[in-house]
Write a protein that binds this ligand. Structure first.
Ligand SMILES: Nc1nc2c(ncn2[C@@H]2O[C@H](COP(=O)(O)OP(=O)(O)OP(=O)(O)O)[C@@H](O)[C@H]2O)c(=O)[nH]1
Ligand SMILES: [Mg+2]
Length: 245
């Protein structure tokens, strides 16, 4: 993976890099290209498993066991403000260098800007359920001599279906949201979470109809994916372990 110039510049300025992962599917939101760069340059790396409020405790613990073999791993829920004290402590444990620059990187929508906000204790960075919200870097002061750098999300995978499922792409901007929505619906149906057999049933139930009265499949697909990305539906995501980056 070739890092784009802006990201490479943020990483080169950072002493410690927080790689924010979605706790529902940590491995699918890792960016190995960044990890390699960070290692090569001898910078500190911390995995931040965000959105732990959306997963059972044992599930998060399992992932922590796996990930902490590679780098310190901290659970966070910016929604519930869990984990920020431990995260600060983990950063301090890596270095007491001052000034200290902490780069925050990860897939779109994993909660990088939300994390910045809970760490600095005010709404300093813009947050949105739409992936790709943050457009440029932003430098914020965390405490005396400690600075955070919020960055736009980056993705490693080029697979549109996978990106939609992990929340890395805005469904309304997808070329073929129907495919990802079909995979999602089929799995959630099999787990007994959704009563619909297909997108057509979902569209009809939601009243998503085209002018002629036909079900609007694209609108159904976008709606279903958006709800999954927001954590409103989809208590099960174990089936996603079978997906590859
Ligand atoms: N349930 C839950 N939702 C969260 C959590 N943290 C962030 N979110 C939601 O996730 C969405 C994305 O949050 P952002 O902070 O904008 O994510 P980002 O990584 O900065 O996204 P980009 O700027 O697009 O790269 C928002 O709708 C947040 O409210 C969390 O801990 N739990
Ligand atoms: Mg952001």
């Amino acid at each position: 993976m070739r890092l784009n110039r802006r990201l490479a510049s943020v990483l080169s300025r950072s002493d410690v890099v927080l790689e924010v992962l979605d706790a529902r599917f940590p491995d699918l939101t890792r960016i190995r290209g960044i990890e390699e760069y960070v290692r090569r340059k001898g910078k500190g790396l911390i995995f931040v498993l965000n959105k732990v409020d959306l997963v059972p405790k044992e599930y998060a613990e399992d992932w922590k066991r796996v990930l902490s073999k590679e780098a310190p791993t901290v659970f966070v829920s910016t929604k519930n403000r869990w984990g920020t004290r431990i995260l600060r402590k983990t950063i301090r444990g890596i270095t007491d260098k001052r000034p200290l620059y902490v780069g925050i990187v990860g897939y779109p929508n994993v909660g990088k800007s939300s994390l910045v906000n809970v760490l600095v204790g005010r709404h300093a960075a813009g947050v949105s359920p739409k992936p790709g919200f943050t457009k440029g870097e932003q430098l914020l002061r965390l405490s005396r001599g400690v600075y955070l750098i919020d960055t736009p999300g980056v993705v490693e995978s080029r697979d549109e279906t996978l990106l939609l499922l992990v929340g890395g792409l805005d469904p309304s901007r997808a070329r073929n949201p129907e495919l990802a929505a079909h995979v999602l619906l089929t799995n959630l149906h099999a787990m007994g979470e959704l009563p619909y057999n297909d997108l057509e049933e979902y569209a009809k139930d939601k009243g998503f109809l085209l002018k002629g009265g036909e079900p609007d499949i694209r609108r159904a697909a976008v709606d279903l994916l958006r709800r999954f990305q927001r954590g409103e539906i989809g208590k099960s995501y174990d089936w996603m372990r079978g997906l590859k980056q």
